[in-house]
Design a protein around this ligand. Structure first.
Ligand code: N01
Length: 483
């Protein structure tokens, strides 16, 4: 059957965009371009360069299904190794010529059945479909603390690390205690003269050993690729069926195990006063679970201090807390997280009938199954609203969503369909189901986190991984308007 060779734009050359480009080209789509805002690929693994950066999802799970890697150095490999993996995959698949760097998409407008794109390099013409792979955790949040700009020493957000900065023998302050701050703390505590960790809210921490993978094991993986797949399946079952089900209330026994492991790790803190200060007052996993094999050990070192007093202001010499004390600091690290709800923005997106995405998402980011949005025909997202951004491999989520989107794109290729978007009723029903299910999840059990938007909506997937996989297998075409 004759097929239209669609002109497709992918936005973002992070892990999802790279995978999408490879898979589209494998399916014979030759006119596909990635527009990437930066000068290098890799998304979060390019932006984050802080000490201790690693992925806390085991590497044999955090990989593309089509590119197993026998050579991962650790159970959870360091960030630079993951970036090198992505670069290797791009080279192996020969897709580099199809990535346009320094090309941030500033505007996308749907006109006469096509998307007109503009980037920081100027107008890029018309595209039959757009696949958004911009990622979720990349707009840095800077804390609203008086005097922040007065600090005399280096001060930067963790995703804007001051490359080459020497922390040896210096007094370092870290504001924030999420996954990022936890990894940095363990990595730098032995190097700095003093580490002050400003902890507004303690977090639960799951102990996750992260040993190097011995050379003999790597050799076995190389000799027998089946073993790599076995390891992948083992982790997939543990993380997807176990972890992810526990978060959504579908695996109470697994939840109890995780809770006990977190509490056991906390109990290893010897000083009762410090232990009390590190004890959260909300349920395990309500905030995104932190994994670490060294955090409590690090904060018990004599040169480390956990500061629970509220920050009153930043002064040139350090951080003054509400008790009047000035914590003298040479380098101030802002580990204050990301605005996940600005997804897609600041890009201007104008859909059908001139309606902007900002208007559609004024109160909440809502779409259909995390992939499509009503009023935005031929617009597909990896990681859209209510995607499962919980505790399993993002790469797996991305591949599932891509396969779903690709089946809709195939309808466009067939030539019988020019425009495709979800029906308003289907979208309403999906979002009503999300809202009805969310109270069963741990995220809605009473804490603040980056999952929750300003109106209290939880942005994650409230069902199991198995349901996600089943929903992604094949689009229900009745839920789509096709012209
Ligand atoms: O950010 P966070 P993150 N004054 O939002 C505090 C992924 N990730 O960069 O809880 C004082 O978790 C805030 O305090 P509170 C992972 O999905 C993955 O650490 O709001 N404190 C909190 O402690 C992770 O969940 C890996 O009271 C302020 C912290 O800043 C996500 O990225 C590694 C403050 C923000 O924590 C984000 O993690 C690292 C203020 N004004 C990250 N404002 C992997 O290994 C904020 N805070 C895959």
């Amino acid at each position: 059957m004759a097929q239209r060779n669609l002109r497709i734009a992918i936005i973002g050359a992070g892990a999802s965009g790279i995978m999408s480009l490879i898979k589209m080209r494998e399916r014979g789509l030759t006119d596909v371009t990635i527009f990437e805002k930066a000068g290098r690929l890799g998304g979060t693994w390019r932006d984050n360069r802080y000490p201790g950066l690693s992925c806390d999802v085991p590497s044999h799970l955090y990989r593309y299904s089509f590119e197993p890697n026998p050579d991962w150095s650790r159970v959870c490999s360091p960030g630079p190794e993951i970036l090198a993996y992505l670069e290797r995959v791009v080279e192996k698949h020969g897709i580099a010529p199809h990535i346009r760097y320094d090309s941030e998409v500033t505007r996308a407008e749907f006109q006469d059945g096509q998307w007109l794109l503009e980037t920081t390099q100027g107008p890029q013409g018309a595209f039959d479909a757009v696949l958004v792979a911009v990622g979720v955790l990349h707009h840095p949040v800077y804390p609203d603390i008086a005097g922040l700009e007065c600090f005399a020493g280096p001060s930067f957000h963790t995703s804007r690390w001051a490359d080459g900065i020497d922390l040896a023998g210096r007094r370092v302050g870290i504001i924030g205690t999420g996954s990022t701050a936890t990894q940095i703390t363990g990595a730098i505590v032995d190097e700095v003269s003093h580490l002050a960790l400003f902890m507004r809210t303690p977090q639960w921490i799951l102990p996750l050993p992260n040993p190097p993978i011995p050379e003999e094991e790597k050799a076995r993986y190389r000799a027998n690729p089946e073993l790599v797949d076995d390891t992948y399946r083992r982790y997939a079952s543990d993380f997807n069926s176990g972890f992810a089900s526990a978060v959504v209330g579908a695996a109470p026994e697994r939840y109890a195990e995780i809770e006990a492991a977190c509490k056991g790790y906390l109990a290893s803190v010897r000083d009762p006063d410090l232990r009390a200060r590190l004890t959260p007052d909300y349920r395990v996993m309500c905030k995104r679970m932190i994994m670490s094999d060294n955090f409590y050990e690090a904060v018990q070192k004599p040169n480390a201090e956990v500061v629970r007093e509220a920050i009153r202001q930043i002064e040139p010499q350090g951080v003054r807390t509400a008790d009047g004390r000035l914590h003298q600091i040479d380098v101030l690290v802002l580990a204050t997280g990301f605005d996940t709800h600005r997804f897609v923005r600041p890009m201007t997106v104008i859909g059908r009938n001139g309606r902007s995405l900002d208007e559609v998402w004024a109160n909440a980011n809502e779409g259909y199954l995390g992939v499509t949005v009503p009023g935005l025909p031929n617009w597909f997202m990896i990681g859209g609203p209510n995607s499962p951004i919980g505790n399993f491999s993002w790469l797996l989520t991305a591949e599932n969503q891509f396969n779903y989107a690709m089946q809709l794109i195939d309808r466009l290729r067939s030539g019988n369909v020019r425009e495709i978007e979800p029906k308003v009723e289907a979208v309403r029903a999906f979002n009503a189901a999300v809202k009805a299910k969310m109270p069963d999840t741990i995220w809605a059990s009473g804490c603040d986190s980056w999952y929750v938007d300003k109106n209290g909506n939880v942005a994650s997937w409230p069902w199991t991984y198995e349901k996600f996989e089943a929903d992604m297998r094949e689009p229900v075409l009745d839920d789509y308007e096709m012209v």
